[in-house]
Design a protein around this ligand. Structure first.
Ligand code: SF4
Length: 381
């Protein structure tokens, strides 16, 4: 009889997504002091090193031990695309055959990285390409911070005297960040950590469509900047555009957001209101008037985003006239109002167009495609 020998393969710990405290715990488990965690953190996030052998201020024995039990593994870049306007987009493969998207938008001295938090999204906002892809899973902290690591490395930022290209991060890519709470908080902490990317809390923004209980919890653990994906000035319309509104209506959301802002140690900050403008849906003067009234006592700046059409959506882009009229009404009421210019159109990197490739566990994408096919067949009949 031949004896079978079973080898138990233990997974290596991926250090890329560990916050400084978690990394310190990891090293404490190896009998090492906290300074070792800080050394390794700097190698990973400030020097872009993923090979322990290159961490020359770590002892040889410790490097060998680390290679045995740990790794620094970023998700794999499938494709990097550069737009004529300087926007850069990455298609990034994550475990399970899914593909997420990350976008970098340069604007003068500022370079903003739009980071994804989930594979797809469960919330299905009616104007959003990600929502139409259905949902697969939350990204791990390594997959979230990995997007920042990949972007910074691609610009040579993680080298001594490398250019500081990624100055801002917005959690505004695929997914609802507050539905992946712990991993998003750990990743944002790494973005702000002095021994990692050192981005100021004013330049890290979490954007939410309104998961109110999680927003209430957020104030207890961080004070990053806040953006609310509002998109409608009343509940009736918002229920249609952002279905989570049926559970957490506008008044509840704004109350929670205001508590968050008031809790910040430097209470001069304003939240950003994101308002995607869709032709003849939410772009009328009465909508602007309602919005002005709704936000009267809330410290906000308003960002108007012209809708970017995509396959599977019947919505159309707002006209320039309607956009200007809407903006003017808000300006006249004393609001700060910016209009997001469309960037990276030639590489499908514009706002709301991120779709990636999602192995949809919810089968929502299939339902949308079937519905679209049925409409086409009826149209041809
Ligand atoms: S807008 Fe945000 S929350 Fe809504 S479906 Fe898209 S990714 Fe999800």
């Amino acid at each position: 009889m031949t004896a079978t020998v079973e080898t138990v393969q233990t997974e290596k710990v991926n250090l890329l997504g560990l916050s400084v405290d978690k990394l310190a715990d990891f090293f404490a488990g190896l009998g090492e002091k906290r300074f070792r965690a800080v050394q390794v953190l700097k190698w990973i996030h400030q020097n872009g090193v993923d090979d322990f052998e290159q961490m020359t201020n770590v002892s040889k024995a410790m490097r060998a031990k680390l290679s045995e039990i740990a790794e620094v593994r970023a998700p794999k870049v499938l494709k990097q695309m550069d737009s004529a306007d300087g926007t850069r987009k990455w298609l990034i493969e994550v475990t399970g055959g899914n593909v997420i998207e990350t976008v970098y938008i340069p604007d003068g001295d500022r370079g903003t990285l739009c980071v994804s938090s989930q594979v797809g999204c469960s919330l299905d906002c009616s104007f959003c390409a990600t929502g139409k892809q259905g949902f697969n899973r939350d990204l791990t902290a390594a997959e979230i911070i990995g997007q920042v690591w990949i972007a910074c490395k691609s610009f040579g930022q993680l080298q001594p005297n490398g250019p500081r290209k990624v100055t801002n991060v917005v959690m505004m890519g695929m997914g609802e960040p507050l539905l992946n709470f712990d991993n998003v908080v750990d990743s944002m902490n790494l973005m702000m950590e002095d021994n990692a990317y050192g981005i100021s809390k004013r330049r890290v923004t979490l954007s939410t469509s309104g998961v109110v209980p999680a927003l209430d919890r957020l104030a207890e653990v961080t004070d990053v900047s806040l953006a609310i994906s509002l998109h409608a000035p009343n509940d009736e319309l918002r229920n249609e555009l952002v279905p989570i509104n049926k559970k957490y209506p506008i008044a509840m959301l704004l109350d929670s957001a205001q508590r968050y802002i008031e809790n910040m140690p430097d209470n001069h900050r304003k939240m950003t209101i994101e308002y995607t403008m869709i032709r003849e849906v939410n772009d009328r003067p009465e909508h602007a008037e309602q919005l002005a009234e709704l936000l009267r006592d809330v410290p906000v700046k308003i960002n108007l985003i012209p809708f970017n059409p995509f396959e599977l959506s019947d919505y159309q882009r707002v006209s320039n006239n309607a956009l200007r009229r809407f903006q003017q009404i808000l300006l006249d009421k004393g609001y700060t109002v910016t209009v997001r210019t469309t960037r990276g159109d030639d590489i499908d990197a514009a706002c709301g167009q991120l779709a990636g490739q999602v192995n949809d566990r919810t089968r929502r994408s299939e339902r949308y495609r079937n519905a679209e096919r049925a409409v086409r067949i009826v149209g041809q009949a």
